[in-house]
Design a protein around this ligand. Structure first.
Ligand code: BEZ
Length: 279
């Protein structure tokens, strides 16, 4: 998960807002092609649900999950660790392959699911993240990931940007408040090649996804999603305008995301997946 000034994450909130994320992983896991002795580094591991599943498939290997959220790492250590699966608190925007936790040239695979769009948001540290991942891999090792691609949750990004302008920010400030980076396939391919990877696969898929049911405490449905995933947008707004801004976003999205046949709510996820090999 992302490096953030404030830690908005808890495993419980994530479960209510987006429990589907670690479940919709069949394709990227098939690309990871886990072998029983693989040493795998998981970048942005969240609460470790998926990391521990990966560790079970590599019983003679080792898996290390990194995440910037103290809350997530605490939950991961409590609920999802094992003899071959551990976690380390790490802001991956400043990842270093030469740190004690990571280690240069020591991983068969580097994996990431639904985290790089947060980690790659600051443009100043973007290139370094790719370089350090490349350095962390053994020669011939693979970087396998899935993240939001160009156009991901575009309806939500547009609604938040407009709401921030209505709350008094300039359009530039509103754009800068966006906590996500959703690159195109072409951008990703060029960037991976630029740091020395051979790109085996790089693809994008439009995957509309049904939201979790609403809950009385506001933690599920579109409200729960916006409150948790959009927390950084709202940080840019004066305290007294946050709830109004959130209501505006929800109202704008209402007819866009609701299906007529059954009232279910869907958001327009676009997945960017890649497999890149260190030569
Ligand atoms: C995603 O997985 O695509 C995503 C998750 C949270 C916010 C934005 C995008």
């Amino acid at each position: 998960m992302p490096a953030q000034t404030q830690d908005h994450w808890t495993s419980a909130k994530y479960q209510s807002a987006a429990s589907f994320v670690p479940k919709l992983t069949t394709t990227v896991l098939s690309y990871l092609d886990i072998q029983p002795t693989d040493r795998i580094l998981d970048i942005g591991c969240g609460d470790g649900q998926l990391t521990s599943q990966i560790a079970q498939a590599t019983p003679q290997g080792q898996v290390l999950g990194l995440d910037a959220s103290h809350s997530f790492i605490t939950t991961a250590n409590q609920n999802n660790s094992s003899t071959n699966c551990s976690y380390h608190l790490q802001d991956c925007t400043v990842l270093s392959a030469s740190s004690d936790a990571v280690g240069e040239g020591s991983w068969d695979k580097v994996f990431s699911n639904a985290a790089l769009h947060w980690i790659l948001r600051p443009s100043a540290t973007r290139e370094n993240v790719f370089h350090e991942i490349h350095r962390a891999l053994k020669p011939g090792g693979s970087f396998v990931f899935e993240m939001g691609g160009k156009g991901n949750v575009a309806e939500i990004q547009a609604a938040f940007t407009a709401a921030l302008v209505h709350a008094g920010l300039s359009i530039q400030e509103a754009r800068e408040a966006c906590p996500w980076f959703f690159p195109s396939v072409d951008w990703m391919r060029e960037t991976l090649e630029g740091v020395g990877f051979e790109v085996v696969k790089c693809e994008s898929e439009y995957r509309p996804t049904k939201l979790n049911p609403e809950r009385e405490d506001g933690s599920g449905g579109i409200e729960g999603w916006l409150r948790l995933m959009g927390a950084r947008f709202l940080e840019a707004v004066d305290e007294g305008k946050k709830e109004g801004g959130l209501k505006e976003v929800g109202d704008v999205l209402e007819s866009v995301i609701t299906r007529e046949e059954d009232g279910s709510r869907w958001i327009g996820y676009v997945r960017l997946r890649a497999v890149a090999r260190k030569k």
